[in-house]
Ligand binder design. Structure first.
Ligand code: SF4
Length: 643
């Protein structure tokens, strides 16, 4: 085979067995790679009623057919599981060296099942794979763990690992790739529940491609675009996602309002971060260099170096928590990376806690006498330690957005903007609110929301709409964006740090919609995908994800509009809900779902060759969804080294 190795590595941690198996041409063609391949495993293998932190949950890793080829921006890996913060699909996409090394070891997918009683790590050296004792690694943060693995196995390896947060089953713990890249939605906690500390890989086999010459020409065109395009070269390569501070309206103090460009304080605006930058960095094979490498100039972490401080860290750990000084924000970002936690739910939960303290709804003794006033960064940093180590009030935040709401009650849920376990703010009806509601992994900006405006490449986007490749109505634009992003997460390419169609769909600046991608996949895999097949692949992945969630009880009411209590009981609030429900009807009609339940219809599933999904929906499955099953707080592991 070309492009793919047609190889899945299965690790059963209960029996300690490791097996290789073919994935099958039909499945590769239908799901392509990455997110699609992982969804197919989760659909088939995870029991509908499994507790995400129990051994019957499954953890999947998959790059894509372009990973390891001459195409740029391809060192990306999809990490998928049932999210312990949400009890629905939880997947994240991370990049650096690990995905590239994984592909070069001859693997298209790693599937981890069961759980071990003792800490282990997986060592893969091309064709050999073995489970090794990880007692010496348990309790270490991700940076120390990565350094130690390199001491043992050498520098030419890719590493994915968890920190203390994953070990302690913090429900939004991430897996960290090569120290500075994170794949979120709780995979770190699932890895911790399985007692798998890390996967380290050496791979040296380039995948064969069907037409190396053609692929090389297409890759060159794609690479040249990013090296010469004024926005990519002049902005993204220079400031990365810091660009968003001036254009994405970050939420202020638990999203009480959204800051315009002029309102973002100068010391943390786009250009300010250049003062702390010591160089630029990129994922392996990427010409964009969207990431910074920074050095903390003062405070308790003076001189510490970190990388990939993104807009989300500045927004969620900083602005939304009322912290406006760069040094503590960098320190908090580093702590999140070291402990292995996603900055979005971590920041959101801390912002909610601060908001509740500020409103007098949480008393000082409720939060261990920490001073959670808006401007106090020292106690916020202390809280991060306590979350990762599950100590005191930190143990409540470690339960994630839904868990925290359940423990603290309606005061918390009133000011917590989460949809299906992840918060992205409260917005009136429109594309933002609809996209947050329909995202298959909880409210999210990367499922399609940020593409549905054609952000950053407005002319190109308008051209695609004008020529009929993308629908002209808002709901249709969102559906098309969700499909394109799903497809992108399958091929093994980065959607781009600064969201744009030119990142998500290769060569879309030259050929309409999927024509360029079809050429690339033909040169890489030899498969002559039609544009319709590619479009269907994106739809198939999305509908399968809606099915996975429906099988866990998700219904229309869960795909909701976030409204704060001040608005909820007013005529305006009622009118906005009505407007939102009209858009949701339209969305379900366009997706082929039942408008009353949100469940995909048999006809829509069969049209995409998903009869197994249609059959599964006909059988018994939970009638309702109520978030993750929470454990008694004293039952979780806690502790580990303080970072
Ligand atoms: S654009 Fe940024 S995040 Fe994406 S592959 Fe390149 S360096 Fe990595």
């Amino acid at each position: 085979m070309f492009g793919w190795f047609n190889c899945r590595l299965r690790i059963d941690l209960t029996s300690k067995t490791i097996e290789r198996e073919p994935i099958g041409e039909e499945i590769l063609r239908a799901f392509i790679g990455g997110r699609g391949l992982n969804d197919w495993i989760l659909f088939n293998e995870v029991p509908r009623d499994c507790d995400p932190l129990m051994p019957d949950n499954v953890l999947c890793f998959a790059p894509g057919p372009l990973t390891g080829t001459s195409m740029p921006m391809n060192s990306r890996c999809e990490v998928s599981t049932i999210g312990p913060h949400s009890n629905i699909l939880g997947d994240g996409n991370g990049g650096n060296l690990f995905p590239y090394k994984m592909k070069l070891s001859g693997l298209d997918q790693i599937v981890v099942t069961g759980s071990s009683n003792e800490p282990l790590y997986l060592w893969i050296d091309n064709d050999t794979a073995e489970l090794r004792d990880a007692h010496d690694f348990w309790g270490l943060d991700t940076w120390k763990c990565s350094d130690k693995l390199k001491e043992i196995h050498g520098d030419d390896i890719g590493i994915i690992c968890i920190g203390q947060a994953g070990e302690n089953l913090v429900r939004f713990a991430s897996v960290i790739l090569d120290k500075y890249s994170s794949a979120a939605r709780g995979a770190g906690a699932v890895m911790g529940s399985k007692k798998l500390k890390a996967i380290a890989i050496r791979g040296t086999k380039k995948p064969d491609v069907a037409d190396p010459e053609a692929l090389s020409i297409l890759a060159k065109e794609d690479r040249n675009f990013f090296l010469t395009n004024p926005f990519q070269k002049g902005t993204v390569s220079r400031v990365g996602t810091h660009y968003g501070l001036g254009s994405w309206f970050p939420g202020w103090r638990n999203n009480s309002k959204y800051l315009s460009k002029d309102e973002v304080p100068a010391q943390i605006d786009t250009e300010a971060w250049k003062d702390y930058e010591i160089k630029r960095a990129a994922c392996h094979t990427c010409p964009v260099f969207c990431k910074d490498v920074y050095k903390i100039p003062d405070g308790p972490y003076t001189g510490e170096i970190g990388s990939a401080m993104e807009y989300e860290g500045i927004h969620c750990l900083g602005i939304n928590c009322g912290i406006l000084q760069p040094s503590p924000i960098m320190a908090m970002q580093n702590l999140a990376d070291k402990y292995g936690m996603c900055v979005i739910p971590l920041g959101n939960c801390m912002a909610v806690a601060k908001d509740l303290c500020n409103r007098g709804l949480l008393a000082p003794e409720d939060v261990d006498w920490l001073d959670l006033s808006w401007k106090n960064d020292e106690d916020q940093i202390e809280l991060i330690h306590r979350v990762a180590l599950r100590q005191g009030f930190g143990n409540i935040i470690a339960e994630g957005e839904i868990g925290m709401d359940k423990i603290l009650g309606s005061d918390s849920s009133d000011y917590n903007d989460q949809v299906k376990g992840t918060g992205r703010g409260n917005f009136p009806p429109g594309i933002f609110a609809l996209a947050h509601a329909t995202s298959t992994r909880g409210a999210d900006h990367l499922r399609g929301r940020s593409w549905a405006f054609g952000e950053n490449e407005i002319e190109l986007f308008e051209g695609l709409v004008r020529d009929g490749y993308i629908p002209s109505d808002d709901v249709g634009k969102l559906v098309a964006s969700e499909d394109a992003c799903a497809l992108n997460d399958c091929i093994g390419r980065c959607k781009g740090s600064v969201n744009s169609w030119v990142n998500a769909v290769p060569l879309v600046w030259k050929y309409p919609l999927y024509t360029g991608l079809a050429k690339i996949l033909k040169a890489a895999t030899g498969v002559d995908f039609t544009e319709k097949e590619l479009s269907d692949a994106g739809k198939r992945v999305y509908l399968l994800e809606l099915t996975i969630n429906a099988l866990r009880g998700i219904k229309r009411k869960d795909n909701r509009l976030v409204q704060r209590p001040e608005l909820r009981d007013t005529p305006q609030g009622a009118a906005e809900r009505q407007q939102f429900e009209i858009m949701l009807d339209d969305y379900y009609n366009q997706r082929g779902c039942n408008t009353a339940t949100s469940i995909p219809s048999r006809e829509a599933l069969i049209a995409l060759n998903l009869s197994a999904a249609a059959d599964a929906l006909d059988k018994n499955h939970p009638e309702t969804w109520d978030g993750p099953p929470l454990w008694p707080l004293g039952q979780y592991p806690s502790g580990g080294e303080r970072s």
